[in-house]
Design a binder for this molecule. Structure first.
Ligand SMILES: NC(=O)c1ccc[n+]([C@@H]2O[C@H](COP(=O)([O-])OP(=O)(O)OC[C@H]3O[C@@H](n4cnc5c(N)ncnc54)[C@H](OP(=O)(O)O)[C@@H]3O)[C@@H](O)[C@H]2O)c1
Length: 151
């Protein structure tokens, strides 16, 4: 869904996945976007190349844990790491990150604060979601269907 949003807004995105199977799926869905597999020994170097050697302006991180230190290292000076989940294990302490020397920002986002967006922003978000569901149903896998009576 992040990739779809970036696609629509013309944002350059480098996708990271942990397995070659995940990479295959991402490449089928978004052939124009680079996909890098974090099980490759040189994945950090691949990301640097994919960001033109400049580093990323922002990282969207839903894995966290010990990966956070690596991800922060891929930011350009002044970049922002946005955390929105914690699928991974291990830990990174704040002191492990070059926040001061490189002027990095770390922030968290959650759906729970979505209602605090302006009515116009929320209307835009909903319109985007509805449009995506209509035009790209393959992005929204259905696990099961239930009759309303089953409630
Ligand atoms: N902040 C918020 O408001 C908010 C709201 C919704 C979701 N989230 C977060 O968004 C993330 C994705 O949610 P989802 O519902 O899409 O989850 P999901 O359907 O379970 O998808 C998880 C994906 O992450 C990968 N993954 C799982 N564990 C991983 C790990 N340790 N390292 C790297 N990749 C891993 C899986 O890859 P494989 O294909 O390799 O298994 C899979 O593609 C989660 O972190 C969730 O907490 C945040």
């Amino acid at each position: 869904l992040v990739a779809a949003r970036a696609d629509r807004h013309g944002l350059r995105l480098v996708n990271l996945v942990r397995s070659t199977a995940g990479a295959r799926k991402m490449r089928e869905l978004f052939p124009a976007q680079p996909v890098i597999v974090t099980s490759d020994a040189d994945w950090r170097e691949q990301v640097r190349r994919a960001t033109g050697g400049e580093g990323a302006r922002a990282v969207l991180d839903c894995v966290g844990g010990s990966l956070t230190e690596d991800l922060a290292g891929l930011l350009a000076d002044g970049g922002t790491l946005i955390s929105y989940g914690r699928l991974g294990s291990g830990a990174t302490t704040l002191d492990d990150l070059p926040l001061v020397n490189r002027g990095l920002t770390i922030r968290g986002v959650t759906i729970w604060h979505w209602t605090e967006r302006t009515p116009q922003q929320r209307a835009e978000d909903l319109a985007f979601a509805v449009d995506l569901a209509r035009t790209s149903p393959e992005l929204l896998e259905v696990a099961a269907r239930y009759d309303l009576g089953d409630v």
